[in-house]
Design a protein around this ligand. Structure first.
Ligand code: NOJ
Length: 524
C-alpha cells in the first residue's frame, strides 16, 4: 500500500508516476503486442519499484496508425489490448496494491475510422457532420493555409468533393473543432465514462492544440516545428484552451476524492506551461523544458529555477520528466554507453530530489538505450512514412521490455512469441530478472532511491546551497543533494550520507564527488 494511502486527495503533488506504453510493456496473449492482461501480470514490478501511480497510453479501439493515438471509439478497449472487463480488473488490481491509474485522453483528433469522421465524409460541405471537424475550401488548388503536420508534410488533406480537412498529425487523425458545442459535451461524457469505471485521472494528449486561432491564419514560417520552441504558432497554445480545462476541472472535482489531470502541453517556456495549472485548471503539466535540457549544471539549474518560479505563484507542483514514448531515451541522449548510463544514474538522484512530482518512462529503470538500428521493415511510426522515409521516428524508444534473461521475447510475452519490435542482442542482461538483487544495477538504484524519497519532507521549498559552476547543490526539506558535472569536487555534507550514484570517498563531512555523480544526504 502506498504510504500516502489511496484516500489522500493531495497524493499527486509529490507522486512518482510510471508511464506504461501499453504496446511494449507486457504481452499476455502472445500476439507480440503488449496488452491489459500483460500489465496486470506485471503490476508487482511497479509496486516493488515503489511508484505511486501508472499512466497507461491509449488502449482504445484504433486502426493503430499512430500506436493508438488515433482513437475510433473512446468508450471501449481495442481487442488487441483486451476488454473493458480487463480495464476494470486492472484498475482494481492496481488499487489493491496502492497504485493509482491514469489513462490517456486524446481530444485534439479522432481516428479517421471514428463514426463522426465517417459521417463527415459522406455529408455535404457546411453540414453539422462536417462541423465536428475542420473542413475548409482550399486556396486555389492548394490547401486552406500553410500549416504543417507535426509528422511532416502539409496539415491538410483533400476529400473527393474538393474540401480539405485539418490534421495536425497523420492524415488518419483529423482534428476536431472545439468551437462546436457537441464536441465539448461529448468529451466531457468520455471523461465521466472512465471516471465512473474507476480511473484516478487523465493524461491529456496535445493539450495545447485543441483551439486554433480565429480564421486559421497562415503560420508564415517554412520550418514550423523547428521554431515551435521559440514562437507561438496559430494552432498551439491558444488562449481558448484554458476555458476547456476549467470545464474539465469541474468534472474532476465532482468526484470524491477529486480526480486529476496532467497536460501534454509543449510551450515556449515554463511561464506558458504554468498557465495550464492555474488553480481552476489542470493539476499538472509535463515539464518538457527539463527533458530537453542538456546534461550541464548551468542548463539544468536554469530550467529548475524557471520551473519553480513559474509554478509556485499558481500553487501547482512542478513536474520532472526525462523520457517518454516520443523522445530519444535519456541514456542515449546523455552520451550512450557507459557515459550515458553513469549520467542517467546521477540524473535519477537529481530528479527524485526535486520538489514536486516525477514521471518515469517504462524501461528507464533498466537503463534501456534508444534502439537506433531497428530494421527499416520493422518501423511503424507514421513519421517514417510521412517524412518520405528520411526520419526513423520514435520506434527506437518503444522496444518491448526485457523481463527475463531467457525466452524468445525475454519475458515480454510467452515463450515462442515474437515482440512487434525486435529486442536487441544483449538486452537479456538488462532484464528485470538480471538486475534484481545486483546492488550495482540501475534497477536497484531506482528501488532504493524511490524508497528513500518517501521520507523526504513533502511540499518543502528547494534551497540552493553554495557551489562552483560545475555543481548543483541544494536542500529540499530534510534531503541534501549534490550533482557534479565537472572534475572531481569536494562537497560538504551536513548529515549522514544516504545514497550515491557511484562509489564515492567520504571523510566525515567531506565527500569527494567524481564527475557525473550525484549524492543524497539526510539533513536532521
Ligand atoms: C502526443 C503523443 O504522445 C504522441 O505519441 C502522438 O503521436 C501525438 N500526441 C498525436 O496524438
Amino acid at each position: 500500500m502506498s504510504p500516502t494511502g489511496v484516500t489522500d486527495p493531495r497524493w499527486w503533488r509529490h507522486a512518482v508516476i510510471y508511464q506504461v506504453y501499453v504496446r511494449s510493456f507486457a504481452d499476455g496473449d502472445g500476439d507480440g503486442i503488449g496488452d491489459l492482461p500483460g500489465i496486470r501480470s506485471r503490476l508487482d514490478h511497479l509496486a516493488r519499484l515503489g511508484v505511486d501511480a501508472l499512466w497507461i497510453t491509449p488502449f482504445y479501439p484504433s486502426p493503430m496508425a499512430d500506436g493508438g493515438y488515433d482513437v475510433a471509439d473512446y468508450r471501449d478497449v481495442d481487442p488487441t489490448f483486451g476488454t473493458l472487463d480487463d480495464a476494470r480488473g486492472l484498475v482494481a488490481d492496481a488499487h489493491a496494491l496502492g497504485l493509482r491509474v491514469i489513462v490517456d485522453i486524446v481530444p485534439n483528433h479522432t481516428s479517421a475510422a471514428h463514426p463522426w469522421f465517417q459521417q463527415a465524409l459522406t455529408a455535404a460541405p457546411g453540414s453539422p457532420e462536417r462541423g465536428r471537424y475542420l473542413f475548409r475550401p482550399g486556396r486555389g488548388d492548394g490547401p486552406p493555409n500553410d500549416w504543417e503536420s507535426v509528422f511532416g508534410g502539409p496539415a491538410w488533406t483533400r476529400v473527393e468533393d474538393g474540401e480539405w480537412y485539418l490534421h495536425l498529425f497523420d492524415s488518419s487523425q483529423p482534428d476536431v473543432d472545439w468551437s462546436t458545442p457537441e464536441v465539448r459535451t461529448e468529451y466531457l461524457a468520455v471523461l465521466r465514462f472512465w471516471l465512473d469505471l474507476g480511473v484516478d485521472g487523465f493524461r491529456i494528449d496535445v493539450a495545447h492544440g485543441l483551439v486554433k486561432a480565429e480564421g486559421l491564419p497562415d503560420a508564415g514560417d517554412s520550418d514550423q516545428h523547428g521554431v515551435a520552441d521559440t514562437q507561438r504558432l496559430p494552432y498551439f497554445d491558444q488562449e481558448g484552451v484554458h476555458e476547456i480545462y476549467r470545464s474539465w476541472r469541474a468534472v474532476l472535482d465532482s468526484y470524491s476524492p477529486p480526480r486529476v489531470a496532467v497536460a501534454e502541453a509543449w510551450t515556449r517556456d515554463a511561464a506558458r506551461t504554468a498557465r495550464y495549472v492555474r488553480p481552476d485548471e489542470l493539476h499538472q503539466a509535463f515539464n518538457f523544458h527539463y527533458l530537453r535540457a542538456d546534461w550541464s549544471a548551468a542548463g539544468l539549474r536554469a530550467v529548475i529555477v524557471d520551473t519553480l518560479a513559474a509554478t509556485s505563484p499558481v500553487g501547482a507542483p512542478a513536474t520532472w520528466v526525462l523520457s517518454n514514448h516520443d523522445v530519444q531515451r535519456h541514456v542515449t541522449r546523455y552520451g550512450d554507453g557507459p557515459l550515458g548510463l553513469r549520467r542517467a544514474r546521477a540524473a535519477l538522484l537529481l530528479t527524485l530530489a526535486l520538489p514536486g512530482s516525477v514521471y518515469l518512462y517504462q524501461g528507464e529503470e533498466l537503463g534501456l538505450p534508444e534502439v537506433l538500428d531497428l530494421p527499416e521493415s520493422a518501423l511503424q511510426d507514421p513519421i517514417w512514412r510521412r517524412s518520405g522515409f528520411t526520419e526513423r521516428g520514435r520506434d527506437g524508444c518503444r522496444v518491448p521490455i526485457p523481463w527475463t534473461r531467457e525466452g524468445s521475447a525475454l519475458g515480454f510475452g510467452p515463450t515462442g512469441s515474437r515482440p512487434w519490435l525486435p529486442q536487441p542482442e544483449g538486452w537479456s542482461d538488462l532484464s528485470v530478472q538480471a538486475q534484481t538483487g545486483d546492488p550495482a544495477s540501475l534497477l536497484e538504484l531506482y528501488r532504493t532511491a524511490l524508497r528513500l524519497r518517501r521520507d523526504v519532507t513533502p511540499e518543502a521549498d528547494l534551497e540552493w546551497l553554495e557551489s562552483g559552476p560545475e555543481l548543483l547543490v541544494f536542500r529540499h526539506g530534510n534531503l541534501g543533494c549534490a550533482v557534479n558535472f565537472g572534475a572531481t569536487a569536494q562537497v560538504t555534507v551536513s548529515g549522514p550520507l544516504l545514497l550515491t550514484s557511484e562509489q564515492c570517498e567520504v571523510d566525515g563531512v567531506k565527500l569527494l564527488l567524481p564527475q557525473d555523480t550525484a549524492a543524497w544526504w539526510s539533513i536532521p
